[in-house]
Design a protein around this ligand. Structure first.
Ligand SMILES: *Cc1c(COP(=O)(O)O)cnc(C)c1O
Length: 362
C-alpha cells in the first residue's frame, strides 16, 4: 500500500501507527466482541477511554488542576458561538476584545458581536494577515469580559510566538492548528480550544480547556449543549458524545507520548519547518508569504515566482505523492501543513520536489 504525504490543512494526516491500532481493534475492542463505536458512552470501557484521554491531556499539555477539560460538539467554529455565550456576561459591559490575525479571528469576532460589544483592537488585514499585528495591551479595557486571539493562523502561516499578558482579563485562544505542537503555559489563558482535525484526531469535535472560575457565567438563553458548565458537570456526556473521535484522540495522545511528548515533538516540528523555510529563503523561485518573524511551524505558506505554474506544481506534486499543497484562496499560492503527524521524511520529500521543480521549470 502506497501512502501519500498529506499536506492538507485539515482534516489532516494522522500517525499511521494510530490508524493501524484503530484498525486492529476496530471489530473487537478489548475482546468485547464489539467495536468501540458500538458500545455505550456510559460503559466502563468507554469511561476508561475518556479518563485516559483526560489524564494524557493533563500530562502532555501540562494542564493545571484548576482547569477543566471538555469535549464539545461542533468542531472549532461552534466555539465561536459558545465562547461569547459562556463568557460575555462575565462583566456588565458585555464587551469582548479581539485581535484580528486572519479569517478565523474575523469570523469569531463577527459571531461574538451577536451577543455583545466587540472591539477589534488590532488587525493585520491591511497586509493580508501576513503577520501578527502590534498590540499594546495597555489599550485593553479591563471591563472586557475576555480578550481573544487565534494562536496559529492556518490560512496565512503565522503564529503568536509570545502571548499577550492580558492581566485580569481572561485570554481566550483558538489553538486548533497547533495545540500540543509546542510547549505553552496553560495558566496564561482563560480558555484554550481546538478542533481535533489538525493535530489531535478526526473532525467534528473540539477540545476546550477552561479555568474553572469561568465555568458558571453562561447567558440564560445558552443552549444546553453549548453550556460549558453542562459539559463539566457531566464529564462531556450530557448526550451521546462522539465516542469514536475521543477514542481516536486517546490513541493520538499515546502516540505523542511515545514520540517523547510535547517538548520533543516541538523540537522535531522546528526542524521540519526550518528544513522547508531554509530552502524557500535560499530559492530564487519560491518565496514565503508570512513575515519571517511571525512564521508558523505548522503551516508553511509560499508563492511561486510565476504563479501561472501553480497548477503544474500541484499536479506534479501529486504525481510525486505530495498531496493537498494548494494554498487557501485567501492567500493563493501554496501551503504545506506539517502538523505533528508529518514525519521529517515528508518535509524532505517536499523540499527535494521543490528543488527539482525550480531546476526544471523555474
Ligand atoms: C480549521 C480551523 C478552524 C475551523 O475548524 P472547524 O472544526 O471546521 O470549525 C477554526 N480555527 C482555526 C485556527 C482553524 O485552523
Amino acid at each position: 500500500m502506497n501512502r501519500i504525504f498529506n499536506f492538507g490543512a485539515g482534516p489532516a494526516m494522522l500517525p499511521t501507527a494510530v490508524m493501524e491500532k484503530a484498525q486492529q481493534e476496530f471489530l473487537n475492542y478489548k475482546n468485547m466482541g464489539a467495536s468501540v463505536i458500538e458500545i455505550s458512552h456510559r460503559s466502563p470501557e468507554f469511561d476508561e477511554i475518556i479518563n485516559h484521554c483526560d489524564s494524557m491531556l493533563r500530562e502532555l499539555g501540562k494542564i493545571p488542576d484548576n482547569y477543566k477539560i471538555l469535549y464539545v460538539h461542533g468542531g472549532a467554529q461552534m466555539q465561536f458561538s459558545a465562547i461569547p455565550l459562556n463568557l460575555i456576561n462575565l462583566k456588565p459591559a458585555r464587551k469582548a476584545t479581539f485581535v484580528l490575525t486572519g479569517n478565523w479571528a474575523v469570523k469569531a469576532s463577527k459571531e461574538a458581536a451577536r451577543y455583545g460589544n466587540c472591539i477589534n483592537i488590532a488587525s493585520s488585514e491591511d497586509t493580508n494577515f501576513d503577520r501578527i499585528p502590534e498590540w499594546d495591551t495597555a489599550t485593553l479595557d479591563p471591563e472586557s469580559s475576555y480578550a481573544y486571539i487565534t494562536s496559529n493562523n492556518t490560512l496565512y502561516g503565522t503564529r503568536w510566538h509570545n502571548f499577550p499578558d492580558t492581566h485580569d482579563v481572561p485570554l481566550v485562544a483558538d489553538m486548533t492548528s497547533e495545540f500540543l505542537s509546542r510547549e505553552i503555559d496553560v495558566s496564561q489563558f482563560g480558555i484554550i480550544f481546538a478542533g481535533l482535525q489538525k493535530n489531535l484526531g478526526p473532525a467534528g469535535l473540539a477540545l476546550v480547556i477552561i479555568r474553572e472560575d469561568l465555568l458558571n457565567h453562561a447567558l440564560p438563553e445558552t443552549p444546553m449543549l453549548l453550556n460549558y458548565k453542562v459539559y463539566e458537570e457531566q464529564h462531556s456526556l450530557a448526550n451521546t458524545n462522539n465516542t469514536f473521535a475521543i477514542y481516536m484522540m486517546s490513541l493520538v495522545l499515546d502516540w505523542l507520548k511515545e514520540q517523547g511528548g510535547v517538548k520533543k515533538i516541538e523540537e522535531n516540528n522546528n526542524l521540519k519547518a526550518s528544513h522547508v523555510y531554509d530552502f524557500i529563503d535560499k530559492s530564487d523561485f519560491f518565496s514565503g508569504t508570512a513575515h519571517p518573524d511571525h512564521r508558523s511551524i505548522m503551516n508553511v505558506t509560499f508563492n511561486l515566482a510565476d504563479n501561472d505554474l501553480l497548477s503544474d506544481f500541484l499536479k506534479n506534486a501529486l504525481e510525486a505523492d505530495l498531496y493537498a499543497l494548494k494554498g487557501h484562496r485567501a492567500v493563493g499560492g501554496a501551503r504545506a501543513s506539517i502538523y505533528n503527524a508529518m514525519p521529517m521524511s515528508g518535509c524532505e520529500a517536499l523540499v527535494d520536489f521543490m528543488r527539482e521543480f525550480e531546476r526544471t521549470q523555474g
